[in-house]
Design a protein around this ligand. Structure first.
Ligand code: NAP
Length: 209
């Protein structure tokens, strides 16, 4: 059966995004440099560079293999409207998903079809409905809860996240979008499945007990 997984970058002090990260104010509290430091591990992987047309080169090895596996296993994505809003103005025309993407939002909007197999569907009926649609679209592949923090928290609270993959980057944000908050008690229980040392992050993999 399909797994539901999260795969994100996290600062050492627990933030998924630096404070004030909006496309209209890139200079705010140096958030661009912080975001770059958070994602450095990914931006330099050969597979990711190829997928986003960043040009040749890049690291190969176990982290690159992990990135490839993440892309190949994913049959549908779910994300929040704030993540989508930032991506809408910064992803290339061929958005880097190549699956159905379910965007949790209060906004009513028709599906947005991109070249390369990505279609964004705007879901107003909550996280369970988005997950049901994603399961249907994914078939035997897995469902990635892409982010941001708000949406991941909702799925953690529903108890449906099978795997939690965190690239813990050695950067301190001091503020921003915190991943682990707003969680209900008792929270989901995870066990350590794997730890991989990368050059710019430690890759932690947890599976649900
Ligand atoms: N570190 C990483 O790996 C990583 C990964 C992904 C994203 N990010 C970053 O995370 C940040 C965004 O995270 P976030 O926590 O601020 O926001 P988010 O989870 O991306 O989006 C939250 C928004 O989605 C909509 N929404 C969420 N749940 C809903 C529901 N049940 N029903 C209806 N609408 C719902 C609401 O917007 P509306 O009311 O406006 O519709 C809500 O304000 C961005 O800066 C992004 O770049 C980081």
């Amino acid at each position: 059966m399909s797994k539901v997984f999260v795969n994100i970058g996290l600062s050492l002090d627990g933030y998924m995004a630096p404070e004030g990260m909006t496309m209209d104010n890139p200079g705010y509290k140096n958030w661009g440099a912080k975001w770059g430091a958070l994602m450095a591990w990914l931006l330099n992987q050969q597979y990711f560079r190829e997928k986003l047309n960043f040009g040749p080169g890049g690291e190969t090895g176990p982290v690159n293999d992990m990135v490839r596996h993440t892309f190949e296993r994913t049959g549908a994505h779910i994300m929040g409207k704030r993540m989508f809003d930032q991506g809408e103005v910064s992803w290339p025309e061929e958005a880097p998903f190549h699956t159905a993407v379910y965007v949790l939002t209060h906004e009513k909007r028709d599906p947005w079809v991109r070249p390369g197999g990505t279609t964004f569907y705007f879901i107003n009926e909550g996280p369970e409905r988005a997950l049901a649609l994603a399961r249907e679209a994914a078939g035997s592949l897995d469902i990635r809860i892409s982010g941001g923090a708000d949406v991941i928290q909702q799925y953690l609270n529903l108890g449906v996240v099978d795997e939690l993959e965190i690239a813990l980057a050695p950067v301190l944000f001091g503020g921003g979008r915190r991943l682990f908050e707003n969680l209900s008690e008792p929270g989901p229980q995870f066990r350590i499945d794997n730890v991989l040392d990368g050059s710019s992050a430690t890759h932690l993999r947890y599976v649900r007990q």
